[in-house]
Design a protein around this ligand. Structure first.
Ligand SMILES: [Zn+2]
Length: 300
């Protein structure tokens, strides 16, 4: 494995911890194989605050955010993306703070279309119409802080990283993390977008990423390069397996992930599917119709 992952993380649930000047993390108590220790909520600023990612719907987590604010106004709530573990706490926190809500925004696909998350749950069940729509390079100003949005789809179609101006710090959401690689799972995730979004982060010169899960990431561009190498190796392994003999995604998963935790089987299958879709898009793997788990894939 080319990636030097770190599962180190110093925290207590609900306790604010300052990770950079004016940037405080609170970890929500929603651990799982996909969320690691739980979702990270960040408070940015000193006089008035922005909350980035309210986290899951939880009375205790919302109370922990308000306690950490210690009476300072929360002027903005910003979303890196609308997956449940980052978004579901928005309604409660917005009701308590009357903050301005900012994010990329998205509309729910028509009813009846099949959209599930890697853990089997439905993806966003509500449309998200933020007060302030952020696009690539959009700047959001608060009292004593300024953040710049980097549109980074791939893990989710509405994903933003948020660069905190003047600090070298990027709140990297689920795009780039220290503890694990990012899940890119169709239909929500798209590998072509994801790889382009990794390239998007290169050469920006930032010194610290604070991700949506797990601990801080120093020398982040090294990790971005490692993620790219990891994806290239994975793609080569998948293409190699298909060139050996026609195989289905389910068989490739068994080959690539020996001894996989059964709880992660669905995420692994969708991740392989994302790579296969990317190979099909470039004409390297053949087949008609979308690649499903059991359909045989042929080299093109
Ligand atoms: Zn997440």
């Amino acid at each position: 494995m080319a990636i030097d992952l770190s599962t180190r993380m110093n925290f207590s649930y609900g306790e604010p911890r300052e990770l950079a000047p004016g940037i405080v993390r609170i970890v929500a108590n929603n651990p799982s194989p996909l969320t690691f220790k739980g979702t990270n909520t960040y408070l940015v600023g000193s006089r008035t605050l922005a909350v980035v990612d309210p986290g899951p719907e939880s009375e205790a987590h919302c109370a922990a955010i308000l306690k950490a604010a210690a009476g300072r106004p929360i002027s903005h709530i910003v979303l890196t993306h609308t997956h449940h573990d980052h978004f579901d706490g928005l309604a409660r926190l917005a009701a308590q703070t009357k903050a301005i809500v900012a994010g990329y925004g998205r509309t729910v696909p028509p009813k009846g279309s099949h959209r599930t998350a890697p853990d089997g749950r439905e993806i966003s069940s509500v449309s998200f119409a933020p007060d302030i729509v952020l696009r690539d390079e959009s700047v959001l100003d608060g009292d004593g802080w300024r953040m710049r949005a980097l549109f980074t789809p791939g893990h989710a179609p509405d994903h933003l990283c948020l660069a905190i101006e003047g600090t070298g710090v990027v709140l990297s959401g689920d795009h780039v993390m220290a503890w694990n690689t990012s899940v890119v799972a169709p239909p929500e995730g798209r590998m072509a977008d994801y790889l382009a979004s990794l390239e998007r982060m290169r050469g920006l010169g930032d010194t610290l990423y604070l991700p949506g899960h797990g601990g801080k990431l120093r020398e982040p561009e090294r990790m971005v390069r490692a993620y790219l190498v990891h994806r290239r190796m994975r793609e080569e392994a998948i293409l190699g397996a298909i060139r050996e003999k026609p195989r289905a995604i389910s068989e490739i998963v068994t080959l690539l992930y020996p001894g996989l935790d059964p709880k992660l089987l669905r995420a692994a299958s969708l991740s392989v599917q994302a790579h296969v879709e990317h190979l099909v898009e470039r004409g390297l793997v053949g087949g008609d119709g979308p690649p499903t788990s059991d359909r045989l894939l042929y080299p093109a």
